[in-house]
Write a protein that binds this ligand. Sequence first.
Ligand code: PBG
Ligand code: ZN
Length: 311
Amino acid sequence: MRDLVRETDLRARHLIYPLFVVPGRGVRRPIPSLEGQMHLSPDEAAAEARAAAADGVRAVLLFGQPPEGAKDGEGSAAWAADGAVQEALRAIGAAAPDVLRISDVCLCAYTADGHCGVVRDGRVDNDATLPLLQRTALSHAAAGADVVAPSDMMDGRVGAIRSALDAAGHADVAVLAYAAKFASQFYGPFRDAEASAPAFGDRRGYQLDPANGRQALREVDLDLAEGADLVMVKPALAYLDVIAAVRARTGVPLVAYNTSGEYALVRAAAAAGWADGAALAAEVLTAIRRAGADAIITYHAREVARALGRA
Ligand code: PBG
Ligand code: ZN
């Protein structure tokens, strides 16, 4: 009876698995702040994508790290043709051709100050950042990205990236806009993993105030008008109302990001013996689906997909 009347479906096909790619070969290094996740060199990222696909997870989201000492004022390692993300895109394409390759487009892991845009006179310069994001997205598309996902939150970036892709013959590369991305405490473990925390100030100049639901909808409208193919709400769990409101507003595919801090809460509760971790994760992800998300980016992807496979 419960199966017959269940309203919300959570399947492995709804999940997107984030991978943290680093330069090198044969690197598979546990990430201390994200228990269960690894820093992977491009070859190992390809192996991980294959393993995820075997669990039923058929989409990955790539984050990268520059080589040691390569961070600079503009984040120029972000668009290196032989960067870790670019190499991983190629390696995954060869080893796991049925896995969708989504790449995060941002500068914060590549800039010396850890900001998502270039800093001029102590401030993030929105418009000076746009050409750098274009170059980064183009380098990902050239390496085989199916979807580019700008997470920087500069105004106008979706339109800038869309037109650069089209002009370079990449009309079939989709843009997943981090449309409603809030300035959140739920990113802590990720910034530790990516060494991308801002060296001064914070991200409130470009990310949304957690108090602002209506502004989140305006951000979604702007990104859609600029040509976004999919839109994202991030974080997910504390923003289910925003997910539901975006769902009611638009028919485009809606992605929610179950972030590193949300993952940490679940892992901590499980480690303390206060919850069954896999069941708690499935409950959280089901709630995000119930609120209206089509797909969910989650560090729980493989574990939950395996549990669903057994169910
Ligand atoms: C940076 C970026 C962040 C995340 C994805 N891309 C952190 C931030 O904005 O500081 C967070 C992901 C997570 O916490 O899981 N552009
Ligand atoms: Zn960033």
